[in-house]
Design a protein around this ligand. Structure first.
Ligand code: SF4
Length: 200
């Protein structure tokens, strides 16, 4: 159960995170092609969330217009139905909060939504880039598509001074690190977003 105190601590953490991620996005800007109107990262995914992040989204819902809430509820019902027939382990779907190609809960979005777009280290310290690299977007200007890795050769050819770098912005790290511990923030288990809907 997420308490008001948890949400207060989470808000403090989000301020810290916003500043930190803002610096990373600025530093990596030669490789970031996110732009208004592009919602590719919210159209197909699992969206790993924790209890606290999901509770914060639910607070955000209360600020929306009734017609938007109705659309979100319909999207959630559709996801539940799709999950019912689609029993494969990895279930990818559009985020139900994506309305008219925009996040309806932008201020309340999860941590993965905030860090998405940057190259990052996974749990095994492998460097990963966002899936939109295959659409000619983030990091595609320095990516070796054959070997599925950032290419130092391609980077040299760009003439860009700032190197393409991965940061520790995987959701596992961002929900469990020295700052979250200092704040006493226990995010709990990370689950695909749809699992929160199936609880009802
Ligand atoms: S909550 Fe918003 S930013 Fe996050 S996946 Fe859904 S639509 Fe995208």
């Amino acid at each position: 159960m997420v308490s008001i105190e948890d949400i207060q601590k989470y808000r403090i953490y989000l301020k810290y995170l916003e500043e930190k991620l803002g610096k990373y996005f600025e530093e990596q800007s030669p490789y970031i092609f996110c732009k208004a109107g592009c919602s590719s990262c919210c159209e197909k995914g699992e969206y790993p969330f924790t209890e606290i992040e999901f509770a914060y989204l639910m607070i955000g819902i209360q600020t929306l217009r009734p017609d938007i809430i109705a659309k979100i509820e319909q999207n959630i019902q559709d996801i539940k139905k799709q999950r019912g027939v689609n029993k494969e382990k990895k279930f990818l779907h559009a985020c139900p909060f994506l309305i008219d190609k925009k996040c309806s809960l932008y201020e309340y979005r999860g941590i993965i939504c905030r860090s998405h777009g940057l190259a990052f280290f996974d749990k095994n310290q492998h460097i990963l880039v966002p899936a939109c690299v295959d659409e000619g977007l983030n990091y595609s200007n320095v990516y070796d598509f054959q070997n599925r890795t950032i290419s130092s050769e391609k980077y040299k050819q760009t003439g860009i001074t700032q190197e393409p770098l991965a940061h520790n912005v995987g959701v596992y790290y961002l929900t469990n690190n020295e700052i979250t511990k200092e704040l006493g923030l226990d995010f709990g288990e990370i689950k695909p977003m749809y699992e929160f809907f199936l609880k009802d």
